[in-house]
Design a protein around this ligand. Structure first.
Ligand code: A2P
Length: 331
């Protein structure tokens, strides 16, 4: 077969646009590409390999003769159309959280649990972006020192909430500079010049859904049912790339030099840790990069066998589009 027939649902969105870019850049073998959006996009087109591809409106027939369907149009679209794609014998790679915790659905970060794709039944889930970026650093350490629990806080970019949130921040920055009132539609408060300890909706236990995804998805991806994680997820006025401050406790003592060696050798992540020269990971340095970065590695002064560090990664890439295409490559 010469290449795969691909569908991208949500091709006009923040993640969808990256998907097209990653498929192109990695020379994923494509026989045809169907770019799918809502009726709002009819008549518009997207660029792919120097071609202009007309957007198609999502329908029940969108997956006929499709081999691989990437979904990045939100949970409701995935809930309804992933089963339709599977029915049409396409393999769905879903960026939403709808199916991630279903036992028969592999939830995969190729650097960590690539072998889990083997049992798939036509659907593979792409992990939560913050979880994916933090696990890129936690997992290699876990393999050597056995992680027990994690405390942390995330610093999440607005592009994680989609293209409209990027515009909201841009508009608010402009409004503030002109002394105009800042208006919020995506977030409950202005995000410009502010931080919101609020990502996703609140649960009865006081955490947000986003915060609990880290523990739940971490357990599934690392095959570690006892893993515990308490996170505070924070939206910050950054356009692109998430960061996570992590304090992790391990079963075994963690000599800091050995931890640095482990991180320096781990796939998909770079050690950037020269604080005396002001070198540490930052959103601006990882934006549009495939690799995540880890730094500020130090012995945690509050945990036994603890290590603290800071990890940044482009959540549109490793947290979404890149990871999804890597999954497709595994297939
Ligand atoms: P469209 O632009 O055609 O409305 P983001 O995550 O950046 O907000 O993007 C959301 C993506 O999901 C967009 O590509 C959007 O397409 C797509 N989308 C939203 N609602 C629908 C729908 N009802 N049918 C198909 N695609 C949808």
């Amino acid at each position: 077969m010469k290449g795969y027939h691909i569908a991208v649902v949500g091709a006009t969105g923040a993640v969808g646009a990256e998907l097209l870019g990653v498929i192109e850049r990695r020379n994923f073998s494509v026989a045809s590409l169907r770019a799918i959006g809502s009726a709002r996009s009819s008549g518009k087109s997207v660029r792919f390999h120097n071609d202009s591809i007309l957007l198609e409106e999502l329908t029940d027939r969108s997956f006929d003769k499709i081999d691989v369907a990437f979904f990045s149009a939100g949970g409701e679209i995935s809930r309804k159309y992933v089963p339709i794609a599977c029915q049409a014998d396409a393999i769905a790679i879903d960026n939403s959280s709808v199916f991630r915790m279903e036992p028969h659905v592999p939830l995969v970060i190729p650097e960590i649990n690539a072998e889990d794709v083997r049992g798939h039944r036509g659907l593979i889930a792409n992990p939560n972006c913050t979880a994916a970026i933090a696990l890129m650093a936690i997992y290699p350490l876990h393999r050597v020192f056995s992680v027990r629990r994690v405390f942390g806080a995330s610093y999440q970019a607005v592009s994680g909430s989609g293209a409209r949130a990027i515009n909201e921040l841009r508009q608010q920055v402009e409004d503030a500079s002109q002394n105009r009132e800042m208006r919020s539609q995506i977030y409950p408060h202005p995000i410009a010049f502010n931080v919101l300890p609020h990502v996703d909706s609140f649960l009865e236990n006081g955490y947000t859904k986003e915060e609990m995804k880290f523990q739940n998805e971490g357990r599934k991806i690392m095959h570690l049912p006892e893993f515990r994680a308490s996170l505070t997820c924070v939206r910050v006025p950054v356009y692109r790339a998430h960061s996570v401050a992590v304090s992790a406790e391990f079963e075994r003592p963690v000599p800091v030099e050995q931890a640095r060696e482990v991180l320096a050798k781990a796939p998909g992540i770079e050690l950037v840790d020269e604080p005396q020269s002001n070198r540490y990971p930052m959103p601006l340095s990882v934006a549009e990069k495939d690799n995540c970065q880890v730094g500020r590695v130090r012995v945690d002064c509050a945990f036994e066998n603890g290590l603290s560090f800071w990890v940044s990664g482009d959540q549109l890439l490793k947290g979404a589009a890149l990871n999804a295409v890597q999954i497709a490559e595994l297939l």
